[in-house]
Write a protein that binds this ligand. Structure first.
Ligand SMILES: Cc1cc2nc3c(=O)[nH]c(=O)nc-3n(C[C@H](O)[C@H](O)[C@H](O)COP(=O)(O)OP(=O)(O)OC[C@H]3O[C@@H](n4cnc5c(N)ncnc54)[C@H](O)[C@@H]3O)c2cc1C
Length: 317
């Protein structure tokens, strides 16, 4: 079985989430005697492709018009690559880009899509996939009939793959001019931050509605995160109240993360929030309420007022 991983370039590397997708691909390859290849689409992706080739032979589609991932163009490009490489299983990360673009490729190839996979097994010669449903409340096993099978891997379920040695990088010959261009990229607005992204940080300090203002959140949650080189997360309530930035939201409608340490401060632990962080390796909480639901999942808890506890923690670290 030919397995094609659609990896996302991030500067000179491939994204952590794509390395987690490679881990799922390796599991699938081991379960079904498969052979892995990687494809990268974009512009100026040579260094990232070399990095990717340390995991498996890598194929590139590089063009200035592919600098930004628009779903129609990337979806069609992925479909062409899948056909050209003869892949029967396509795996991408469950990132916004992954879900947006590979879903289109699956539809145009007449394939079957499985999103947010957290495990795969060979049962009676057929790969079956475990995926989360209902905000992480249910984990279902599904069989994907048809070909190709297109899967997105939930990053928090897989350790990023480690490089295994040098292989090859090959440029694909695909007529880029023939790709659709109904969606034109205009601009992107993103906040520049020296902190690691919440999805990639080993330590996440996360704040909820306990914080009264954006300044308090930045000073206390941001200050503690900076002290430990961590990323900042938040509940949706804090985002909705304008206290925390949108991109920090963790949960069902935010980001799904599994850091080494998740510290939730002034967060009650609603089911929609738990859906985004309950797979963290160590969970700690600071809350004034010793019955807050997050404490049921916490390895460590401090019953204290965030406004007292955080300055003391920053001081002691
Ligand atoms: C469809 C849908 C999707 C949703 N998606 C998400 C999502 O992706 N992510 C998400 O987070 N939520 C999501 N929600 C919202 C979710 O249901 C909760 O409303 C939200 O998570 C609550 O945020 P919170 O814990 O910050 O606030 P609250 O529930 O108000 O909890 C605040 C906590 O802070 C504690 N506290 C108060 N003051 C202090 C203090 N000084 N020091 C220490 N502790 C203090 C309180 O005891 C309490 O536990 C979603 C809801 C719906 C309906």
């Amino acid at each position: 079985m030919k397995i094609l991983v659609i990896a996302e370039a991030q500067g000179k590397e491939i994204r952590h989430a794509s390395r987690s997708a490679i881990t799922l691909a390796k599991n699938a390859a081991a379960a079904a005697n498969g052979e892995i290849e990687i494809a990268i689409i974009g512009d100026d992706i040579e260094a990232a492709a070399t990095a990717a080739s340390a995991y498996a032979p890598t194929f590139t589609l590089s063009d200035a018009s592919l600098a930004n991932a628009t779903a129609d163009r990337y979806g069609a490009a992925i479909a062409k690559i899948v056909e050209q490489r003869g892949a029967s299983l396509v795996i991408a990360a469950s990132t916004s880009q992954g879900k947006d673009c590979v879903a289109r490729a699956a539809a145009s190839l007449g394939g079957t899509m499985v999103t947010d996979a957290i495990a795969c097994e060979n049962r009676d010669g057929k790969l079956v996939w475990q995926r989360t449903m209902h905000a992480g409340g249910v984990a279902a096993w599904v069989v994907a009939h048809g070909s190709p099978v297109v899967v997105t891997a939930l990053q928090s379920a897989y350790e990023p793959a480690e490089p295994t040695g040098e292989t090859s990088v090959t440029a694909l010959e695909i007529d880029v001019a023939s790709l659709p261009s109904a969606i034109q990229f205009e601009s992107v607005s993103t906040k520049q931050s020296d902190r690691p992204d919440v999805t990639e940080a080993a330590v996440v300090i996360s704040g909820g509605r306990a914080f009264k203002t954006a300044e308090d959140y930045e000073q206390l949650i941001g200050g503690l995160a900076d002290k430990v080189g961590g990323g900042t997360g938040s509940s949706r309530a804090a985002v909705d109240a304008g206290i925390a930035p949108n991109e920090n939201q963790v949960g069902q409608t935010g980001k799904i993360i599994a850091p080494d340490l998740y510290l939730g401060i002034g967060i009650s632990g609603a089911v929609q929030h738990l859906a985004g962080m309950k797979n963290s390796k160590i969970i700690a909480a600071i809350n004034t309420d010793d019955e807050a639901p997050l404490l049921d999942y916490a390895d460590f808890a401090l019953i204290a007022d965030a406004y007292d506890a955080i300055p003391e923690l920053i001081d002691k670290l």
